[in-house]
Design a protein around this ligand. Structure first.
Ligand SMILES: Cc1ncc(COP(=O)(O)O)c(C=O)c1O
Length: 400
């Protein structure tokens, strides 16, 4: 039976009837997007500063990505990985030639990219560290929702309903090198960190944190795995977050912005630690021609047009605008960010209310913490759109 729904209320009702209630959604039914803008089913326009959760790095429906998808859809959608396909290898070459890593495995999501990274680290530990398998991760980290990546995630409230979890993860405070040193033992194979914690509230470590962790890993023979699912592909103002801290990871997980809107993930490794062997890992859809063609087009565009620099410049502009807002509203406690991963924190748990009122004003944001909202617009956002977002935010805060 086809749907009779037409207006927002009808779709909201349909969701209640048919969809598993695992997410509290905003009452906005998005039907179209272009650049930084989206429109809802009733024709209302919004500035989208959520970008599909830091995914649409080139904005909605970028012509380069659309063209690649349309052409690939008419050419070849899926083969098994028993065969070579060209978009997969073009993307692999682009990622390797523009990063410090040597090899790539393509999968379908951030969780899968992290899961693959952890498997690689365990295999490395088995081969090179006398069976070591533990991975040290940080509190307030977010690594995904599969059982393995949930176990890696350092947020007990996500984990509690699903105990017992996968063993082999040790959690320590973020931005605390000594805690990593203390947690390191014979069983430790790797340390896995986000260069900036995204879902944890946009937590930015001290500049010397990652270099010191790198030094410790080198001394102990541990792998440094960076989860760049959110920070990668230009979000922080450089193609990869690690470039801002002058360190090189041994293993890196990517997803989100990698596909420019299509579901794709990747984990990458340096040759010296690429411990996986034939039969160790696989994926039916991972590296399929359609997502790879889109991702190749998106990645090439980001690199060739230095879109990361726009993220840096627009990030600075956004932070300045938000500092201005902060100076006019006493309940704004903090503005923090790197590139276009930015948060505004309040002195109370009002982020849900702020997001609702911003929606009404035509600005889409994310309540990343009960007391903080997150801004992650497309990396192609214009100065006018940044200023427009600040104006809409200010109008919203006045209404609280
Ligand atoms: C740093 C990080 N790692 C992993 C993930 C999981 O990615 P996905 O939702 O694509 O599985 C996320 C998602 O927000 C993330 O921010």
């Amino acid at each position: 039976m086809s749907s009779q729904a037409s207006g927002r209320a009808d779709w909201v009702e349909m969701e209640k009837q048919y969809y598993m209630f695992t997410v509290r959604r905003q009452p906005v039914v998005i039907v179209r997007g272009e650049g930084t803008l989206v429109w809802d089913v009733d024709g209302k326009e919004y500035l989208d500063f959520t970008s599909g959760w830091a995914v649409n790095n080139l904005g909605h429906c970028h012509p380069a990505i659309t063209k690649a998808i349309v052409e690939q859809a008419a050419t070849l959608l899926q083969t098994s990985n028993q065969f070579y396909t060209t978009p997969q290898l073009q993307l692999a070459q682009t990622l390797v030639e523009n990063s410090c890593l040597d090899k790539v495995f393509l999968c379908n999501s951030g969780a899968e990219a992290v899961e693959g990274s952890v498997k690689l680290a365990r295999k490395y530990g088995k081969k090179n560290r006398d069976g070591a398998y533990e991975v040290i991760t940080a509190y307030n980290s977010f690594h995904g929702r599969t059982l393995g990546t949930l176990s890696a995630t350092g947020q007990p409230h996500y984990q509690e309903p699903f105990q017992p979890l996968v063993p082999g993860f040790v959690h320590v405070d973020y931005d605390d090198v000594e805690a990593i040193m203390e947690a390191t033992g014979d069983r430790t194979a790797a340390v896995m960190l986000e260069p900036v914690q995204g879902e944890g509230g946009v937590n930015i470590p001290a500049d010397d944190y990652l270099p010191r962790v790198r030094e410790w890993c080198d001394k102990q023979g541990l792998l440094l795995v960076l989860d760049e699912v959110q920070t990668g592909m230009g979000r922080l103002g450089t193609l990869f977050g690690y470039q801002q801290y002058d360190v090189e990871p041994d293993v890196m997980a990517l997803a989100k912005g990698l596909g420019g809107g299509v579901p794709i993930g990747a984990f990458m490794s340096k040759d010296h630690c690429m411990a996986l062997e034939p039969g160790d890992h696989g994926s039916t859809f991972g590296g399929n021609p359609l997502t790879c063609a889109a991702s190749y087009a998106s990645s090439k565009h980001i690199i060739e047009n230095d879109v990361s620099s726009n993220a840096l410049a627009m990030g600075e502009r956004l932070m300045m605008a938000l500092e201005g807002v902060k100076s006019r509203f006493g309940f704004v406690a903090d503005v923090r960010g790197r590139g276009l991963l930015v948060a505004m924190a309040f002195d109370d748990d009002i982020s849900g209310k702020v997001v609702s009122v911003c929606n009404e004003e035509g600005l889409l944001l994310n309540a990343v913490r009960p007391n903080a909202v997150r801004f992650m617009p497309p990396l192609t956002v214009s100065p006018e759109e940044v200023d427009g977002a600040a104006t809409r935010l200010e109008a919203a805060l006045k209404r609280l």
